[in-house]
Design a protein. Structure first.
Length: 56
């Protein structure tokens, strides 16, 4: 029982960390002066790794 509670607490902590990191990445990508490498299907910024699909 204690192990399950510990695991749930750790999951909750990691989910909070994940959301914080997603926000940080989003801010970084919004402020980036992108330099893209393109393939026929997508383009990816070499600086911030933002990827955009070119397949419509």
């Amino acid at each position: 029982m204690k192990e399950a509670l510990r695991l749930r607490a750790e999951i909750a902590r990691l989910e909070g960390d994940l959301e914080r990191l997603k926000r940080q990445l989003h801010l970084l990508q919004n402020e980036c002066e992108h330099e893209f490498i393109e393939t026929p299907l997508a383009r990816t910024c070499t600086k911030c790794l933002q990827t955009e699909s070119l397949y419509y």
